[in-house]
Design a protein around this ligand. Sequence first.
Ligand code: SAM
Length: 292
Amino acid sequence: MKQPTLGNPQNTIEVLQKYNFVFQKKFGQNFLIDTHVLDKIIRAAQISQDDCVLEIGPGIGTMTQYLACAAKKVIAVEIDRALIPILEDTLDGYDNVRIVNADVLKVDIAKLAEEENGGKPIKVVANLPYYITTPIIMGLFEKHVPLKSITVMVQKEVADRMQVGPGTKDYGALSLAVQYYAKPYIVANVPPNCFMPRPKVGSSVIRLDRYGTPPVKVQDEKLMFRIIRASFNQRRKTLANGLKNSPELDFTKEEIEEAILTLGKGGSVRGEALSLEEFAALSDCLSKIREE
Ligand code: SAM
């Protein structure tokens, strides 16, 4: 296998000039130009020669080269058609890479995992386009793609939101959803000068290890997530008002108040004070009230 040739500013500029590449802001293109950060991501993802890796947004193929050296197989899904001839060039000689020109939000990833890894769990590794971080991560979890872990570069603030608990300002629907499906670890903070062009925000690498079974049991997963969304939709409102006003829920004022009381919480409690276990209990309580 060829050793990576990309990952520093000179080689990146050379490739971009050779193809007269124009950065597309709408695709969140900030390419990595720091080999230490690349090594750190590969180490954090704990990739072995048995792993099939999905890379979302390979760009000019910088991280793809590193992944190809570490993994058995790499599937690289890139939306920007202008990058495909570049990828074919920079990944020439890396025979275990499949390039897919598509929008990752529209690709059937479970099918790709089936084709390339016999349906066995894959690892996702990416320097994500920040404008769609949440839909990408939630899509991977909610569509039940067979996954071992997700190791991704995201906006620092989003990484913080994924790993905090109740009572903090960053705690919200994303924290609860991520923590229902996976255990988060922040791997590193990465400053803007490690990218070309430089993003306006700081970045972090976070690894999410998928749970075999979620850490809490809940009768109706979909209802729990509707309740969670409703609780954080109106942050300054009480939990009871958030649930009453939600177009996604149709419980009466009395049913909601009864369920909150069963939790042992006061009527003025806010959603941000509830743990994942308490949201599961609230959801089960509302399911039970409906069955009666
Ligand atoms: N992996 C490269 C690197 O680290 O240098 C590029 C990372 S850049 C932050 C994000 C990449 O995702 C870009 O190449 C962009 O074109 C691609 N991208 C943006 N939206 C996408 C989508 N919906 N589906 C697939 N790729 C997308």
